[in-house]
Ligand binder design. Structure first.
Ligand SMILES: Cc1cc2nc3c(=O)[nH]c(=O)nc-3n(C[C@H](O)[C@H](O)[C@H](O)COP(=O)(O)OP(=O)(O)OC[C@H]3O[C@@H](n4cnc5c(N)ncnc54)[C@H](O)[C@@H]3O)c2cc1C
Length: 477
């Protein structure tokens, strides 16, 4: 591979600059800086240049030049990914390919319930465009004001609507991709049925930029909900939460869109440390679930159905108490409690994080086993679990034992990760990364837990599509 200073590389960089024009690149250190750091400061890379093409043809031209000159390409969207996948390595030989200028909504077809967007469109703009057409684009997550759809698809993002609508993978009908050799694959089809061989688009979704650059997508739209019922429910324990989910789905059909678990520690922390949060109950309970149900019908019947299920669950002893949101503002307040949990946890000292998934039916057993395992590994450590229990996805975070030195606790990050991931994978056949991907953060663990067969298949796919290994090198594999 050419080194940065070699003439062929310099010539290639000059040709890239010509291909994208003066607005399409920078190598000024100050202007490049935001593209080089992971937002939690975990990784800080270097690059020859940040390139910002404005069309698929420009992306293709840039990638082709890079392929010929042996220059690594690191695609980047909003740089909100928390796995270190979007930042270049410290070698400094790569270019960052930012998709931010490819931000056009190409088409919206209400009768086909689809929207066609370029990779750099910010997620919130897609939601707004769908709403203007009286439709819903259901992907929703904390970073939606700055993350971009190309990044969402490349990480197969999850968020709060997965229970009902699936993750990003389930929301895509077609893709346009620039391949590592610079060819364009036009798979922008808006079809709900297409059994013509391998489903290639799924290869690129969740590939974290290691197989090509997503430049556009056809996304599915849904009817816009007319009624939303939000309630905070105190449950007997985690088993009861999972049973309640099943009852709720049975009693209200497909209406359950959110089902988020939190513990007493989470509720207490949020109420104590975060302004604007108050415990909605007069009594303390061990576990809570935030429920959101939506319906395309007008207000009325849904609330009755949810109340009916909760009353039955109260009689059975699964539910101990419940508070309904009687206004949008109150619903916002209830969601706010859930949303501030990561922030609230910071007040409890050092935090070691896990983003794991197990089958929904095993969530309670998993939490009990993981609690026992971490207590054995570090007496006094405080599990701070919360998350999308309806998807089996738990942010199984750990807060330091009271009085322990924060740095000493954080030095145990890898060891405690192994303890928790051993339970997840070995006992529950679960996933060590439910939402955020592998990037750099979980690369070692991926190698540790995936079977040789699975790793071999992944390496062969990578080698088939990117034989020179120039697409986001060092990420995932
Ligand atoms: C406050 C907050 C809340 C969050 N909540 C959630 C959540 O609930 N669920 C969830 O899943 N994530 C969540 N995230 C993580 C993050 O927002 C998602 O991973 C998001 O999908 C990343 O999009 P991005 O545009 O920022 O991608 P980036 O961070 O720029 O990139 C992510 C990865 O995708 C690759 N990539 C980016 N664009 C392309 C492209 N066009 N083609 C090929 N590869 C590309 C990059 O190389 C990198 O590997 C959250 C993050 C924050 C900061």
């Amino acid at each position: 591979m050419n080194r940065p200073t070699e003439p062929p590389v310099r010539d290639a960089l000059r040709r890239i600059q010509e291909a994208v024009g003066p607005k399409g690149w920078t190598d000024a250190p100050d202007a490049m800086e935001p593209y080089l750091v992971e937002q939690r400061g975990l990784y800080h890379g270097r690059a020859q240049m940040v390139v910002r093409p404005e069309s698929t043809a420009q992306v293709a031209a840039v990638v082709k030049i890079c392929a010929e000159a042996g220059i690594p390409v690191v695609p980047q969207g909003g740089n909100t990914g928390l796995a270190g996948g979007g930042v270049p390595s410290a070698r400094g030989d790569a270019i960052v390919l930012s998709l931010g200028r490819m931000n056009r909504i190409r088409a919206l077809d209400p009768l086909n319930d689809t929207i066609t967007v370029e990779a750099g469109v910010v997620l919130q703009r897609i939601q707004e465009a769908a709403a203007e057409a009286d439709r819903l684009f259901p992907l929703s997550l904390g970073a939606e004001g700055s993350c971009m759809i190309g990044g969402n698809l490349s990480t197969n993002a999850g968020g709060t609507g997965v229970l009902r609508y699936g993750n990003a993978r389930a929301l895509v009908l077609g893709l346009e991709v620039v391949l590592p050799d610079g060819r364009i694959w036009d798979g922008l089809r808006g079809l709900r049925k297409d059994n013509t061989g391998y489903d290639l688009k799924q290869l690129f979704i969740g590939a974290e930029g290691t197989l090509g650059v997503i430049t556009a997508a056809v996304l599915r739209l849904f009817p816009r909900p007319r009624d939303v019922v939000t309630a905070m429910v105190a449950v007997r324990d985690v088993h009861a939460a999972v049973e309640l989910l099943s009852l709720l789905r049975g009693g209200t059909g497909e209406s359950v869109t959110g089902f988020e678990l939190m513990t007493r520690m989470g509720m207490e922390s949020a109420a104590r440390h975060i302004e604007g949060v108050a415990d909605p109950f007069d009594k303390a309970y061990g576990y809570y679930v935030l429920i959101e149900c939506t319906s395309a019908h007008g207000p009325g019947p849904l609330r009755g159905a949810v109340e009916g299920v909760l009353e039955d669950a109260l009689t059975e002893g699964l539910v101990l108490d419940a508070v309904f949101a009687d206004s949008r503002a109150r619903a916002r307040q209830l969601w706010y409690i859930r949303e501030v949990l990561p922030e609230a946890q910071k007040f409890e000292g050092g935090s070691i994080k896990h983003d794991v998934a197990v089958p929904v039916s095993r969530v309670a057993d998993f939490i009990a086993d993981a609690n026992a395992a971490v207590e054995a590994a570090m007496p006094g450590v405080r599990p701070f679990a919360f998350g999308h229990v309806g998807d089996g996805n738990i942010h199984y975070n750990l807060s330091q034992p009271p009085g322990m030195d924060k740095d000493a606790f954080l030095a145990e990050w890898q060891r405690l990760n192994r303890v928790v991931h051993d339970v997840v994978v070995r006992k529950y056949k679960g996933s060590i990364s439910a939402e955020h991907g592998i990037g750099l953060v979980r690369r070692t663990d991926l190698g540790h837990y995936k079977s040789e067969v699975e790793l071999d298949l992944m390496r062969k796919v990578k080698a088939a599509l990117d034989p020179k290994g120039l697409m986001n090198p060092g990420k995932i594999l």
